[in-house]
Structures are given as structure tokens and as C-alpha cells.
Design a protein around this ligand. Structure first.
Ligand SMILES: NC(=O)c1ccc[n+]([C@@H]2O[C@H](COP(=O)([O-])OP(=O)(O)OC[C@H]3O[C@@H](n4cnc5c(N)ncnc54)[C@H](OP(=O)(O)O)[C@@H]3O)[C@@H](O)[C@H]2O)c1
Length: 208
């Protein structure tokens, strides 16, 4: 009886045969997401900027016999995002089941100390990138027949606080984008959700 129940549970949670793209998979929350999806049977594509760190992660995953591939990409660059999605489409034969928009940056500054450069870089990384990646992934998510977008937002996008005005604004925008895409793309069998973590012990959260 116990064996039957656990096999049903395993099947229900299995991602065997599915494909996923997770941005920022070399560290922190993104790394854990890649690992979990791959352990559940998905073939995962990931990216980050630091080539040495990414290569080491891919080596470790290969050693653990997990199906994870990846390449260097700075998601704040429009042309790099386009190249990334070409590679993903090629690797997955034009079908993507899961897009996890995880890569992001934080700026811990008072609003009056924030510069034009801060605004431009955080908007490009935390909002323009997930939006554009959703657009680029749309045909492949639709082609999979069962697409899922998971945007990694933050509790900072829901609550007020000190020193995080720009970061919080990008996550608030991501939350609203998620609601709209969930309505717009449901007809294509693409489910869109946000996860809003609280403070999590990663490199990003070190200043906290
Ligand atoms: N940690 C927290 O307390 C917390 C709380 C709420 C929400 N979150 C959210 O959770 C997500 C992950 O955060 P984390 O704490 O795990 O961050 P992290 O430890 O700083 O890791 C970020 C990952 O994204 C990559 N990355 C950063 N900028 C990139 C870019 N421009 N292009 C490509 N890859 C990039 C990093 O690798 P490279 O540096 O090599 O590019 C790394 O793999 C973010 O969306 C963050 O806003 C975190």
C-alpha cells in the first residue's frame, strides 16, 4: 500500500520529459531551482555571467548525472537574451515547458542616493529582461502544449521598506506583469506565476 502511494506521488511530481530554462543558475536560489527541477527529471538549461563558476556548476551536475546544460549570458543585454533563446530553442527542439526568470540584482541605497546608472541597470536586469525573455519564450512555451512561467519576485515588491526603492519597484512591476500574462496567455495553456521569497541566505542577501 505504502509502495503504491509513493509511486503515485513520484509520478505526480515527475518532470520527466520536460524542458526548463532557469536564468542565474550558478548561485543561490537559482542554483537550488536548477538542481530541484533536474532531480525531478527535467532537462534544464541555465545561464549566468561568470563563466568559471557556471562551468564548475555544470561539471558538478554532470557528475551527479543530472541533465543540465548552459551557457554564459548577461540577461541585461537584449542581444544576449536573443542569442540565449536561440540556443535554448535549438537544444530543446523549439519546445520549452518551464521558464524561470530568476537572475536579478539588488541595490541597497536610499532613494535620494540612487543614480541614473543604478536605475538603468536594475530596470534592465530585473524587469526588462524577464519581460523580454517571456516574449522570446512565448512561441516555445506555446509549442510545448503545457507552458509554465515562474517569475522570482520578492517580498520587497509587496511591502514598503528602507533602502530598496528601485529594487522593490522592479519586483512590483514583475508582480503586475505576472498577473497580466497569466490572463493573456492562459488561452495558450501557459500558466504564469510569481514566487516572492523573503530574505534568503545568498550572496545577494549578504548586506542584510
Ligand atoms: N536572497 C534573497 O534574500 C532574496 C529575497 C527575495 C527575492 N530574491 C530573488 O531571488 C532571485 C535570486 O536571488 P539570489 O539571492 O539567489 O541571488 P544571487 O545569490 O546573487 O545569485 C544570482 C544568480 O543570478 C546570476 N546573475 C545575476 N545577474 C545576472 C545577469 N545580469 N545575467 C545573468 N545572470 C545573472 C548570478 O551569476 P553571475 O553573477 O555570474 O551572473 C547568480 O547565478 C532574484 O530574483 C532575487 O531578486 C532573493
Amino acid at each position: 500500500m505504502e509502495d503504491k502511494a509513493s509511486s503515485v506521488r513520484e509520478k505526480r511530481w515527475s518532470l520527466q520529459g520536460t524542458t526548463a530554462l532557469v536564468t542565474g543558475g550558478s548561485k543561490g536560489i537559482g542554483h537550488a531551482i536548477v538542481q530541484e527541477l533536474a532531480e525531478l527529471g527535467a532537462t534544464v538549461y541555465t545561464c549566468s555571467r561568470n563563466e568559471a563558476e557556471l562551468t564548475e556548476c555544470l561539471r558538478q551536475w554532470e557528475k551527479s548525472e543530472l541533465c543540465v546544460i548552459g551557457s554564459v549570458c548577461d540577461v541585461s543585454s537584449r542581444s544576449e537574451r536573443e542569442k540565449l533563446m536561440e540556443k535554448v530553442s535549438l537544444a530543446f527542439n523549439g519546445k520549452l515547458n518551464i521558464l524561470v526568470n530568476n537572475a536579478a540584482m539588488a541595490i541597497y541605497k536610499k532613494a535620494n542616493d540612487s543614480t541614473v546608472e543604478d536605475y538603468t541597470s536594475i530596470m534592465a536586469t530585473n524587469f526588462e529582461s524577464p519581460f523580454h525573455l517571456c516574449q522570446l519564450a512565448y512561441p516555445f512555451l506555446k509549442a510545448s502544449g503545457a507552458g509554465n512561467i515562474v517569475n522570482i519576485s520578492s517580498i520587497a515588491g509587496l511591502l514598503g521598506g528602507d533602502d530598496l526603492t528601485l529594487y522593490s519597484a522592479t519586483k512590483g512591476a514583475m508582480n503586475q506583469m505576472t498577473r497580466n500574462l497569466a490572463c493573456e496567455w492562459a488561452k495558450d495553456n501557459i500558466r504564469t506565476n510569481c514566487v516572492a521569497p523573503g530574505v534568503t541566505r545568498t550572496v545577494m542577501a549578504e548586506p542584510l
